[in-house]
Design a protein around this ligand. Structure first.
Ligand SMILES: Cc1ncc(COP(=O)(O)O)c(C=O)c1O
Length: 309
């Protein structure tokens, strides 16, 4: 990644830390990759640079073109940041169902933000469909490019360096990895990177108990942003999994607070959920083994919401 200029050179090479206080005696080691230290505070920077640079290398996208995506904000902020540095324009189809600070962040990186109105402040399937259709219609214009965060193979590819970094940090072995699944790109791309370095740990996909789409097919209202979005996540390859586990969102949020106060790790709800599952796995695997999980993004984004209230 360090061949890129400006803030792009700061994507990736994130720190790995070992939990010191939250793991019971006799359990395996738990290591957490701190992805909130990426420039926009999220591992989405990895997929944005992969998606846009590969499209440019293929000639599908050129300087001065406009990238279009519909987004709840984190992916949009990463795309806005990378687009700006690569000399691209970025138009986000956003909604007032998501936090205004995310709109401000996209605009700070130079994006044009179009706001699709929601009903009663709620994120609904109908809203997502309207946002998607608006983005697709915009992308039909000349010199416009639909980023396709839910379909482009470049998204999963973007997380391969994350897996390789983890393998290099813990070169003497990893027994299990676990992570919450939205599209599944981060978990699968991480696994691809680990495999490239010759590692084949057990792999666990995670979801909130309140919306057990992967384990039961039933969706439900939940507040763990970024995960349990699709019944069939576009990048998840179930044949690679050792298991799927559901974690209670209230336990995940309580874990976020403990992570901040006792370990100095400040993350969002998916981070708390990942660490809950990683500690359970560590207890099951026992001493001498090693579990790795992800702190997906920075907790600052969640200060107004239910996690740190
Ligand atoms: C905070 C957060 N955690 C986890 C995820 C899930 O990542 P993926 O879509 O790669 O499975 C996302 C994706 O939007 C996210 O924003």
């Amino acid at each position: 990644m360090d061949t890129f200029g400006g803030g792009l050179a700061a994507i990736g090479n994130t720190p790995m830390v070992r939990l010191g206080r939250l793991v019971p005696q006799g359990a395996a080691e738990v290591w957490v990759k701190l992805e909130g230290t990426n420039p926009t505070g999220s591992y989405k920077d990895r997929m944005a640079i992969s998606l846009l640079t590969q499209a440019m290398q293929r000639g599908d996208l050129s300087k001065g073109d406009t990238v279009v995506e519909f987004t709840g904000g984190s992916t949009g902020t990463a795309l806005a940041f990378v687009s700006g540095v690569l000399g691209l324009n970025f138009t986000a189809v956003f909604s007032d169902a998501f936090s205004y600070s995310k709109q401000q962040a996209m605009e700070a990186f130079g994006a044009t933000v179009l706001v699709e109105k929601c009903v009663d402040g709620k994120i609904t399937h109908d809203l997502a469909e309207r946002m998607k259709l608006r983005a697709l219609a915009l992308a039909e214009q000349p010199s416009h490019y639909y980023a396709d965060q839910f379909g482009s193979a470049d998204v999963r590819e973007g997380y391969v360096p994350m897996g390789q970094e983890i393998a290099r940090s813990l070169a003497d072995g990893i027994d299990a990895v676990c992570a919450g699944v939205g599209t599944g790109a981060a978990l699968m791309g991480m696994l691809d990177g680990l495999k490239k370095q010759g590692m084949e740990p057990q792999v666990f996909a995670l979801e909130p108990t309140q919306s057990p789409l992967l384990t039961t097919g039933q969706s439900g209202g939940h507040k763990v942003e970024g995960i349990s979005v699709f019944p069939d996540p576009p990048f998840l390859d179930r044949s690679e999994l050792s298991g799927v586990r559901a974690v209670d969102q209230d336990k995940a949020f309580a874990m976020c607070r403990r992570l901040a106060r006792e370990e100095g790790i400040f993350g969002g709800g998916s981070t708390g959920l990942n660490v809950c599952a990683a500690i359970d796995l560590a207890v099951e695997l026992g001493a001498g083994k090693r579990v790795v999980t992800l702190s997906c993004d920075n907790g600052v984004k969640y200060l107004g919401g239910p996690i740190y209230a």
